[in-house]
Design a protein around this ligand. Structure first.
Ligand SMILES: [Zn+2]
Length: 60
């Protein structure tokens, strides 16, 4: 049985540290909460572009 702990997908912008939750949305800011396990690459993932944008910004 795997863990259903999720993490706020926008915590880098909205919080000082990752916000974990068991619900599908962040209780603090209302953003989508995503599985805390490393996300596998999926070109059809509607949130993939957002994640890649975050990653790109982290490098700059
Ligand atoms: Zn949040």
């Amino acid at each position: 049985m795997h863990s259903d702990i999720r993490v706020c997908s926008a915590w880098r912008e909205a919080h000082d540290r990752p916000v974990y939750t068991l619900t599908s949305t962040c209780p603090a800011c209302g953003s989508d909460a995503v599985n805390s396990a490393p996300a596998r690459f999926d070109p059809a993932d509607p949130h993939g572009e957002y994640r890649r944008a975050l990653k790109r910004r982290d490098r700059e």
